[in-house]
Design a protein around this ligand. Sequence first.
Ligand SMILES: NC(=O)c1ccc[n+]([C@@H]2O[C@H](COP(=O)([O-])OP(=O)(O)OC[C@H]3O[C@@H](n4cnc5c(N)ncnc54)[C@H](OP(=O)(O)O)[C@@H]3O)[C@@H](O)[C@H]2O)c1
Length: 289
Amino acid sequence: MRIAFLGLGRMGSAMARHLLDAGHDLTVWNRTSGKAGELVEAGATEASTVGEAVGNAEIVVLMLFGPDSVRDVLKEVGEAAGKGTLVLDSTTIGRDAAEEFGKLADGLGLRYVDAPVVGTTAPARNGTLGVLVGATDEDFATVKPLLETWGDPEKIRHVGPVASGNALKTVVNLTLGVAMGGVAEALRLGRDLHIDSDVLLATLGQGPLGFSVNQKKDMLASGDFQPTAFSLDLLLKDLTIALDVASDDLPLTKATAAYADAAIAAGHGDDDYTALAGYFAFEGSADSY
Ligand SMILES: NC(=O)c1ccc[n+]([C@@H]2O[C@H](COP(=O)([O-])OP(=O)(O)OC[C@H]3O[C@@H](n4cnc5c(N)ncnc54)[C@H](OP(=O)(O)O)[C@@H]3O)[C@@H](O)[C@H]2O)c1
């Protein structure tokens, strides 16, 4: 298929590579130039504008930062893409934005599927991501072969109509954030009680926060939150989406967002989201939150 892939960040560049490996005709675009080198070497064409990228595409994949970036780019896609082109939006944007973009795409004569991914840069490179899809049955059938290039077939879920993929993804990322908030408070209390940090991390790794602790043990031990897989800026975006969409108060999520906010204000926005725990445990004072 002729595919345009827009957004070559940490996830997008890894996902786009699978489309090339599967033999598709791929054109790529990124807002900031200089990110397409490896993909071009592997056979992709780099476009310098959105219009140039999508003019001839049957499918346009978006892997951008969040709702605002999708809104900007989708309007440009609508000006240049042929009627009936399918937009496969893998950006994490939340239910309300996905509903908005489904209607916007409809008005522009485009088809729209939301398909946010679960998992991070290593599964993106290995083609084992989870994918949560909001689409009509017909559009799901069209995009499934593409999703299978970066997703594990057993973890690709057609959740329901457009926006339902993002509704579920918001819930999933709430758990990621709140769990790291739990790690933050556990490390802080452990430090206050003078527990050896290696013993503390090893013991927490065997408990209910084991997934978060074990995945990020080196960062939590060293206090060095690079290289980033999932940035703290992205986590705060997702926690804010959860707080905005919820009709009930979510006090744990609110507190976690406050930790993230404080760590970002201290310069950790582009660090791995593990910096939320590290900052709270080792740097922040109670007044920061
Ligand atoms: N990283 C993860 O582990 C992970 C896991 C699951 C889901 N996600 C979700 O996947 C999406 C991408 O994540 P990522 O880690 O790849 O993010 P990233 O590395 O920060 O990349 C973000 C991409 O969005 C582009 N962008 C930002 N604002 C833009 C705008 N206004 N107009 C056009 N392009 C814009 C950036 O372009 P520039 O290069 O010009 O800045 C870059 O290509 C996010 O929605 C994230 O929440 C991430």
